[in-house]
Structure formats: structure tokens, C-alpha cells
Design a protein around this ligand. Structure first.
Ligand code: GSH
Length: 112
């Protein structure tokens, strides 16, 4: 069963000018999931347009990417990722905008 969600919240309208942004980006997972929310908030902060594929854990869309079937997973062109920290890292580094973490080694390590 697919979870219900407001389709109006599933698409973030943003400047689509970069090469990375031109590829379709999907966040895969039920919208009520806290780790899913973290990834979607990150997309919002970076103005990264994305489609929410609203599915529960252990569904085919998730199992195709995550070896343990957990949400979130992510697809962006040829790139597939799982684990919210990895997805957040990707969003932070692949797209322009104010970084979530300091880029200098000491600042980045302190955040970690
Ligand atoms: N460390 C993972 C945790 C993901 C996670 O536990 N997601 C839950 C939903 S909030 C899930 O998929 N649970 C199903 C399961 O554990 O089998 C991450 O940060 O992505």
C-alpha cells in the first residue's frame, strides 16, 4: 500500500540551471519518515527540484536500491544512494547554494 500524501508538497520548484539539476531526482520513501523528511528539507534548502516516490520500506522501489529495504533511498540520473547521511552529503556537495557543513577540514570534523 502506498502512503497518502499531498502531491503539492512533492515537487519543489527551483531554478533548474545546472547540469545536475537537469537530471530527474527522486527521493524514495514514505513522506512521514523522519529520515525522508531530512532529505527533502535538504532539497528545499538547496532549491533542488525533486520527485517524492512515496513508498514504504521493503517495497520494490526501495529494495532496488537499499540492500536492507529501508527508506530513504535516492535516484538522480545514474546515481543511486541509500542512508540519509549519504544522501545529505550528496545533496550538499552536488548542488550549488549555501553549504550545510563547513568545507574546511576542522569545521567539517567538528560538525561530524
Ligand atoms: N540509518 C538509516 C535509517 C533509516 C531507517 O531506519 N528508516 C526506517 C523508516 S524511518 C525504515 O526504513 N525502517 C524499516 C526497517 O528498519 O526495516 C538512514 O539514516 O537512512
Amino acid at each position: 500500500m502506498r502512503p497518502s500524501f499531498s502531491s503539492s508538497s512533492a515537487t519543489i520548484v527551483a531554478n533548474d540551471s545546472t547540469t545536475a539539476n537537469r537530471r530527474a531526482k527522486q527521493i524514495i520513501g514514505a513522506p512521514q519518515g523522519n529520515f525522508v523528511w531530512a532529505c527533502r528539507i535538504a532539497c528545499g534548502k538547496k532549491n533542488v527540484p525533486h520527485e517524492l516516490v512515496a513508498v514504504f520500506p521493503h517495497t520494490p522501489e526501495v529494495d532496488a536500491i537499499h540492500p536492507y529495504g529501508k527508506i530513504p533511498a535516492m535516484r538522480h540520473g545514474e546515481v543511486t544512494l541509500f542512508e540519509s547521511r549519504a544522501i545529505l552529503y550528496y545533496i550538499d556537495h552536488a548542488f550549488p547554494g549555501t553549504p550545510f557543513q563547513p568545507r574546511d577540514p576542522v569545521g567539517g570534523a567538528q560538525v561530524e
